[in-house]
Design a protein around this ligand. Structure first.
Ligand SMILES: Cc1ncc(COP(=O)(O)O)c(C=O)c1O
Length: 374
């Protein structure tokens, strides 16, 4: 009765673990900022509905918003509104990209551990998902060999995600060159998921945008302006890609949400300070969590340079998924690294999109829970 497309994909197992939590919880499992959208954006949303922006809009998004997006990234390349599609979050951007680029049997490389959408989206596109490891000892960046070893004549595209979920890894310029060289040498399409572009702590963002001609750059308003529930994202790509992906996007969603586009434009114009405020809060919380984790025996934390996740390795002889279950029973939500792929098996993901009080309490409970397993 059901399609092989749907039967071949599974619901994420994370929910089941989270359902074990009872009462008030300390949520270190969040994949979104624990802030509300900037006030200017909320006001603009209300204004948009009053002004009548409640109808279908242009399929690829309002011209003014696409221009503003092109302008925002102008230092990385000569982009215009014609290079932009406004999408229903990074999620739809990704789905439309897969459905427009992948033919049955095409191989697509994706990171392991990696964001949970990649594999199912490749499969829905009827491609063959091929994972590549990103490991703590390599700063969560793939090695050239690990990529090269997985490339063959059927390899069509390479997905990269920096700043990275779940690890917090970022790219350095040398990594960008290595990835672009590999893509060029093997004539691959690069799909760069940069939804955490604005959340880097040590330097300016290192982006793949403007570095390669067959690049699909995916970004989102979700994390930049804490608008995850408003579901707005975008693609920047060469025009020939925009033409084809734009068609698919039309048949998937018709158009993005008009009032949200209006609000996102206001945020782009007025709310950079807000992203900066969140980034500074995340930086403090990151430092706090790192310091607390560093004092816990049997755990090897990394100091993440981007996003809002810590992905420490569990060095004691115990199954991290069992540790997470015990944490959840004690009221602290966090995510087993395994949920992001086999290479995450020895890790736990903690989100520091949480208050300092919750981070302190959560790490205290983590130490107590680990004591039972040591
Ligand atoms: C790496 C990564 N890519 C894409 C997304 C999708 O974001 P959205 O659809 O809200 O833009 C997320 C959300 O958590 C993510 O972590």
């Amino acid at each position: 009765m059901f399609s092989h497309r749907v039967l071949n994909i599974e619901m994420s197992g994370i929910r089941k673990i989270f359902d074990m939590a009872k009462g008030d919880v300390i949520n270190l499992g969040l994949g979104e900022p624990d802030f509300q959208p900037p006030p200017e954006a909320k006001d603009a949303l209300y204004e948009a509905t009053k002004k009548g922006y409640n109808k279908y809009g242009p399929s690829r998004g309002f011209e003014e918003l696409r221009e503003a997006i092109a302008e925002k990234y102008s230092k990385y390349g000569d982009f215009t509104a014609d290079n932009v599609i406004v999408t229903v979050g990074g999620t739809e951007a990704f789905m439309a990209t897969m459905l427009s680029l992948i033919n049955p049997g095409d191989e697509v490389l994706y990171p392991n551990p990696g964001f949970v959408l990649y594999k199912p989206h490749i499969m829905i596109g009827e491609g063959k998902p091929v994972d590549y490891p990103i490991l703590q000892e390599n700063e969560f960046v793939p090695t050239q060999e690990d990529l090269q070893d997985r490339i063959n004549k059927k390899t069509k595209a390479l997905i990269v995600n920096y700043p990275n979920n779940p690890t917090g890894g970022v790219l350095q310029e040398k990594d960008v060159r290595m990835i672009v060289d590999i893509a060029e040498d093997n004539d691959l399409i690069l799909i760069s998921d940069e939804v955490y572009f604005h959340l880097v702590y040590e330097s300016e963002p290192t982006t793949l945008l403007g570095k390669y001609d067959k690049l699909i750059f995916i970004n989102s308003f979700s994390k930049e302006f804490a608008m995850t529930g408003w579901r707005l994202g975008y693609i920047i790509a060469p025009k020939e890609f925009v033409e084809q992906i734009g068609k698919m996007h039309y048949y998937l969603v018709a158009c993005p949400q008009s009032p949200i586009e209006y609000a996102a434009l206001a945020a782009l114009k007025k709310s950079a300070y807000y992203t900066e405020m969140m980034r500074e809060k995340f930086r403090k919380r990151r430092n706090l969590m790192y310091q607390l984790l560093s004092n816990i025996d049997g755990v090897k934390p990394n100091l993440p340079k981007g996003a809002f996740y810590m992905f420490p390795k569990i060095e004691i002889d115990a199954d991290p998924t069992e540790i997470v279950k015990e944490m959840v029973r004690r009221g602290v939500l966090c995510t087993p690294g395994e949920a992001f792929g086999s290479a995450g098996k020895r890790h736990i993901r903690f989100s520091y999109a949480a208050s300092e009080e919750h981070i302190r309490k959560g790490m205290e409970i983590f130490d107590e829970v680990l004591e039972k397993f040591r």
